[in-house]
Design a protein around this ligand. Structure first.
Ligand code: NDP
Ligand code: 2IT
Length: 449
């Protein structure tokens, strides 16, 4: 039989040839394939069943036109996507991203990662992702609503509580989920709460869902530190982004006694020597939908705005990339390591370039990959689905406890799997193999489909 390594190399080359112009998808695939050699050697039945080949091909890819009219009566046309990647473990589950950089390659990278992340939660959810190249920045609420309604008019026929359940991601938060849900309900004439997650708490949303991704990323960092006999309490932190994930990363860090010093957006970052004033940052980002630079203007002398700078140049003990893919490169990793960083926990999806990941691992920094570290968001989405199915709302304490338990269990299985396959402390290998095994076993049992 072919050596697994040769087979994986051939598969990678094949993916690059058959999916041209999709660098993010190639990167996500390469990062997973690079770690699967040992499991394919140990379990030849996976290779015999063509499992990796099947995993790499989405079950379905949907691309559609989204026409909408702006406040001045001008017509615009965007492109909408939903990639239903793998449903071996449950209905497709994953967010929607509205950002000008969205194309089919970006949606496929996110959908591919989602398969393994969702498997790691231990809950019954398959992997999918969607979105649009629509740019919400500078649009009025009425324009965002009309866009969401047009987007859902097409998407509605493809989704459903037993089929595919979207949620938020970059550019899609509670407001957008509300507009999308309203249009779905109007089109279908069904109160189908479980078709979208991240809903408002008065109409089917789960407590803690807005907080879950950021909270989970911090809990994962705490677990990594604990495994080394250390704790978050008293540590300084750098956080990138100032959206949903970043804000609740900062909140949980403060709850656990750490001191987050930074936040950023695509124009630059703020650093606050006294630690971030979260009430002010939330007011600017969540209420006023303003820019992070305004924080420095309003906070006073302890804070400054660094235009076009990267938060990674601020010395700190732990780092939380929470904005977007490839935002932390090899130069940034060198700087963080030189400044003595102990742990990096990815709140965003694939924010660290592969070369930077290797540098962290070589330097002995605890590195938590997004598939494991940011799985708290989708995990609480699955808990929202459970509440919707039973028409019961759980308490804050119950959801917080469940989230903490899931993050501990993702850490434990990633840690244990890395050890079992001869890479102790390598959470990338551990998370990839643990997620893969769960999906692969389900696919094996369900036959060649
Ligand atoms: P938001 O839209 O709430 O916030 C995104 C933040 O990242 C903003 O501060 C934004 O700045 C910044 N950002 C986005 N794109 C870029 C870019 N190309 N360059 C620089 N800055 C950028 O999104 P979320 O907080 O929900 O998502 C952040 C990351 O977390 C993403 O990678 C997402 O996939 C991931 N994630 C999200 C989950 C969730 O539950 N929401 C769950 C798991 C992962 P600006 O406003 O200037 O664009
Ligand atoms: O990347 C992600 O895990 C998300 N954007 C959340 C997906 C979800 O279905 O809650």
């Amino acid at each position: 039989m072919t050596d697994p390594k040769d087979r994986l190399d051939a598969l990678r080359a094949d993916i690059e040839r058959r999916n041209p112009g999709q660098p993010e998808f190639h990167q996500a695939v390469r990062e997973v394939l690079d770690t699967l050699g040992p499991v394919l050697t140990a379990r030849p039945q996976y290779a015999e069943a063509g499992l990796v080949e099947r995993l790499l091909e989405p079950e379905r890819q949907i691309i559609f036109r989204v026409p909408w009219t702006d406040d001045h009566g001008r017509v615009h046309v965007n492109r909408g996507y939903r990639v239903e990647f793998n449903s071996a473990l449950g209905p497709y589950k994953g967010g929607l991203r509205f950002h000008p950089s969205v194309d089919i390659g970006v949606v496929k990278f996110l959908g591919f990662e989602q398969i393994f992340k969702n498997a790691l939660t231990g809950l019954g959810i398959g992997g999918g992702k969607g979105g649009s190249d629509f740019d919400p920045h500078g649009k009025s609420a009425a324009e965002v609503m009309r866009f969401c309604q047009s987007f859902m008019t097409e998407l509605a026929r493809h989704i459903g509580e037993h089929t595919d359940i979207p949620a938020g991601d970059i550019g899609v938060g509670g407001r957008e989920i509300g507009y999308l849900f309203g249009q779905y309900r109007r089109i279908t004439n069904r109160w189908e709460a479980g078709v979208l997650t991240g809903k408002g708490q008065g109409w089917g949303g789960s407590v803690i869902r807005p907080e879950a991704t950021g909270y989970g990323a911090v809990l994962f960092a705490a677990e990594m530190l604990k495994a080394r006999g250390e704790a978050l309490d008293g540590l300084s932190a750098v956080v990138s982004g100032s959206g949903n994930v970043a804000l609740y990363t900062i909140e949980k860090l403060q709850q656990l006694g750490a001191n987050p010093l930074t936040a950023s957006d695509s124009s630059g970052y703020v650093v606050d020597d006294k630690g971030i004033d979260l009430a002010l940052l939330k007011q600017i980002k969540e209420v006023e939908r303003g820019r992070v630079s305004e924080y420095a203007t309003r906070r006073g002398p302890s804070a400054r705005f660094v235009r076009q700078g990267r938060v990674w140049e601020v010395p700190a003990d732990v780092a939380f990339p929470s904005a977007t893919q490839n935002e932390l490169d090899v130069e940034d990793a060198r700087t963080l390591i030189a400044n003595g960083v102990k742990a990096v926990s990815e709140g965003a999806n694939m924010p660290t370039t592969p070369e930077a990941v290797h540098l962290f691992q070589e330097a002995g920094v605890a590195f938590g990959p997004g598939k494991a570290a940011n799985a708290g968001g989708v995990a609480v989405s699955a808990l929202e689905m459970a509440q919707n199915a039973s028409r019961v709302a759980w308490s804050r304490e119950r959801v917080e406890d469940e989230l903490a338990g899931i993050m501990r269990s993702i850490h434990a299985v990633s840690h244990e799997t890395a050890e079992r396959y001869g890479s102790p402390g390598d959470y990338v290998t551990g998370a990839n193999i643990a997620g893969f095994e769960r999906v692969a076993d389900a696919m094996l049992a369900q036959g060649v489909i």
